[in-house]
Structures are given as structure tokens and as C-alpha cells.
Design a protein around this ligand. Structure first.
Ligand code: PLP
Length: 389
């Protein structure tokens, strides 16, 4: 009889990963402040985190998290529809909708969970999803879970998208949803939100945008590049990045929000976000309008970093954000550069396939508004030394 419980497939998968140098493992660091971490006993300048404004260490967020813990406890104790909705959840949703000038906002446990579970709410087997080639894995998982037909358009190629939309028009799909990001997580470039809105309207498609890397950093009051646009049917923003906390939210119409509350398993069957997290998010939201100087400093530093790396001849994709991909190409080379920088005191993680397309292994250099001109100079100096040796 066949052994139906054999874990040989696990051993085999791990062995294959190891063979192709793609076996990954977890390494602990201890955060010291917004820009330094301890790894073992070594202090490293962190240029890999998504804490774009350093808010995860901001006293106002820590204070608000403590305050909410004291007043409401550490956990929300139930799902939203049972007894997990507190006044702080409702107030935060109200304030988010207001900050974005949208009818409604709704909290989610995480960006991954939102994307994974919202897309099957919009798409079914008779629908078509048109996804940018570089969209985040959580968006692809959502489309796959929906059973919809998936077509991918070349990265930021609006002519290609329009061709696919035109072809779809005669196919009798129930719904067509365009899926993209505003700032792309691995390339640090942007989509043309205006043009996407225009195409969606012209071809009667829905538009779903992931604003994870723009929220806090770009747009009116730092509220992202899409969250404030009522023409976009559904926008997902995440609080684990520039907001320095955890969780996610969607902005949409009131009707769509009601539909999600009633029909979305990823909203219904999960415990509400815990009070300290709500406190931290709310504190970050209160700070947002006053962080314009931080956002400008961040944009300016990223421009300078790109200028220096371009001068050395590096391929930085079309980055125009705080995410600056230093594309090395070969996985081996990216790992070696990352290791070497770590020896010099800089933590810059290599990102390899399948997270990025084959042949485009890179260091994903990520700046924070808390990085000073000296930090930046040290980073550039190290890369230059590597480049010249
Ligand atoms: C980080 C990220 C997510 C996932 O958000 P989490 O809240 O961390 O689960 C989704 N989409 C994009 C584009 C992201 O970069």
C-alpha cells in the first residue's frame, strides 16, 4: 500500500531548494532605533525595512498603543461582526475615509489577507483579471482563488493593457477587473493612476489598486496615490510599512463596504485587529499631515542615492520612490554584495527569484526619512568601494 503520510515530498522540495542555492531561512535581528539593528553583537545600518518614516519607533505611536492596551486589553477577543468592533475601530475607519475623502473605509487584518480575499469577492469563473506583470504575490493569490481567467500585461505597459481590454470586450465576461499597484514593491516605480482610471472607464472595467508603498509617503497628506481617488473602485493600503504598525484597510464606496462586511470570508471569519495596533495606526494617521518635511527629505535622499548609483553605472529599473533596486542580475552576485555590505556594517538584503523575475536578482535598497545624509554617504561609499575592487 502506498504510504499516504510520507513526508518525502518535503525533504525533496528542501533538497531541490538547497541544490539551486535558494534555500531560505530566518535570521533574527534586534531593532535599536529607526535605522539601526543589532545582528548578533553587530550594529548594522538597516536599508531593508519598510519603515519609511521611522514611525514604528515613534513615541506617539508607542504611547497610543500602550494607552489602548490599558483601556481595551491586548486582544479584540472576537471577530468584527461578533463583539470585536470597539469604538476605536469605528473611529479609525471614519477618520481613514475622511482623510482619503472617500465614502467608506474598512480595516483588514493584513494586506495579504485583504488582497487574497477581496479579489474573489469581485471576480468569479466568468470574469477576467488583467494584472500588471509585477503585481505582488497576494494579488495573484487572490485572482487564483477566484477562479477567474488571469491575463497579465507587460509591466506598466498601458498599450498592452488596452489591447487586452479591447480583446476582452467581445468575450462576454461577467466582469473585468484591472489589478495593479501604485508604487511597485520590488522596482520602486509607479503606475500611471490617471491613465488606469481612464482605461477602466473607457472599457467598463473595475479598477483595483494596491497602495502599500505609497501610503504615508506620497499623495495628499501622505494618504497615497490612489486611496483618495473615488474613480478607483477599491484601494488597499497597508499599515505595516510607512504607518509603522500592522494591518490594512480598503477604501471604496459605501455599498461595496457593506458588501464586504456581509460577504467577505477574510473579513468575517477572523479576529478584529487588536487595540494596541489600532492605537498605533490612529496615532500615525494623526501625524500624517505634519510629516510633509519628512516625505520631502525621503524623496530628496532617494533622488541623491539614484544619482550616485547611476553615476557608477548601475541598473536601478525605473525607480522614482524610496525603493531603489540595485539590479545585479545573477543571484550569486547579489548575495555576495549583500554579504559584503553586511561585513561593512550595512544590512541590505538580496531579493532573488521567484520574488523577482529570473536574471534580475537585486539589492532592494530602501530609504527611511530617518536616514541622514551621513548614512546615505556611508552606503554610497561602500557600494563604490565594492564597484571599484
Ligand atoms: C507588503 C505588501 C502587501 C502585504 O501587506 P501585509 O499587511 O504585510 O500583509 C500587499 N501588497 C503589497 C504591494 C505589499 O508590498
Amino acid at each position: 500500500m502506498a504510504d499516504l503520510s510520507s513526508l518525502a515530498f518535503v525533504e525533496q522540495a528542501l533538497a531541490e531548494r538547497a541544490q539551486s542555492q535558494r534555500l531560505r531561512s530566518l535570521h533574527a535581528v534586534h531593532p535599536q532605533d529607526a535605522v539601526y539593528v543589532l545582528k548578533g553583537d553587530r550594529r548594522l545600518l538597516n536599508v531593508s525595512s519598510n519603515d519609511y518614516l521611522g514611525l514604528s519607533k515613534h513615541p506617539a505611536l508607542i504611547e497610543a498603543a500602550q494607552h489602548c492596551s490599558r483601556d481595551y486589553g491586548t486582544g479584540a477577543t472576537a471577530s468584527r461582526l461578533v463583539v470585536g468592533t470597539y469604538d476605536i475601530h469605528q473611529q479609525l475607519e471614519h477618520d481613514l475615509a475622511q482623510a482619503c475623502g472617500r465614502e467608506a473605509a474598512l480595516l483588514f487584518s493584513s494586506g495579504f489577507q485583504a488582497n487574497m480575499t477581496l479579489l474573489p469577492l469581485l471576480l468569479d469563473r466568468q470574469s477576467l483579471a488583467l494584472c500588471d506583470r509585477l503585481v505582488h504575490n497576494s494579488l495573484l493569490q487572490g485572482v487564483l482563488a477566484s477562479g477567474a481567467r488571469l491575463s497579465r500585461f507587460a509591466h506598466n505597459d498601458l498599450a498592452h493593457l488596452e489591447t487586452l481590454l479591447r480583446q476582452a470586450a467581445s468575450k462576454g465576461y461577467r466582469r473585468v477587473v484591472i489589478v495593479s499597484e501604485t508604487v511597485f514593491s520590488m522596482d520602486g516605480d509607479r503606475s500611471d493612476v490617471e491613465a488606469l482610471i481612464h482605461l477602466a472607464q473607457r472599457y467598463g472595467a473595475m479598477l483595483y489598486l494596491d497602495d502599500a508603498h505609497a501610503l504615508g509617503v506620497m499623495g495628499p497628506g501622505g494618504m497615497g496615490l490612489a486611496a483618495c481617488r473615488p474613480e478607483v473602485d477599491l484601494v488597499v493600503g497597508t499599515f505595516g510599512k510607512a504607518f509603522g504598525a500592522f494591518g490594512a484597510f480598503v477604501t471604496c464606496s459605501r455599498a461595496l463596504r457593506d458588501y464586504i462586511v456581509n460577504c467577505c470570508p477574510g473579513f468575517i471569519y477572523t479576529t478584529a485587529l487588536p487595540p494596541p495596533v489600532i492605537g498605533a495606526i490612529a496615532a500615525a494617521l494623526r501625524l500624517m499631515p505634519d510629516l510633509e518635511g519628512d516625505r520631502q527629505h525621503l524623496a530628496h535622499q532617494a533622488d541623491r542615492l539614484r544619482g550616485e548609483l547611476h553615476r557608477l553605472g548601475y541598473d536601478l529599473r525605473a525607480s522614482t520612490s524610496q525603493i531603489v533596486p540595485l539590479v545585479v542580475g545573477a543571484e550569486e552576485g547579489a548575495l555576495r554584495l549583500s554579504d559584503w555590505l553586511e561585513e561593512q556594517g550595512i544590512l541590505a538584503m538580496a531579493i532573488r527569484p521567484p520574488t523577482v523575475p529570473p536574471g534580475t536578482a537585486r539589492l532592494r535598497l530602501v530609504l527611511s526619512s530617518q536616514h541622514t545624509a551621513d548614512h546615505l554617504a556611508a552606503l554610497v561609499q561602500c557600494i563604490q568601494t565594492w564597484h571599484e575592487q
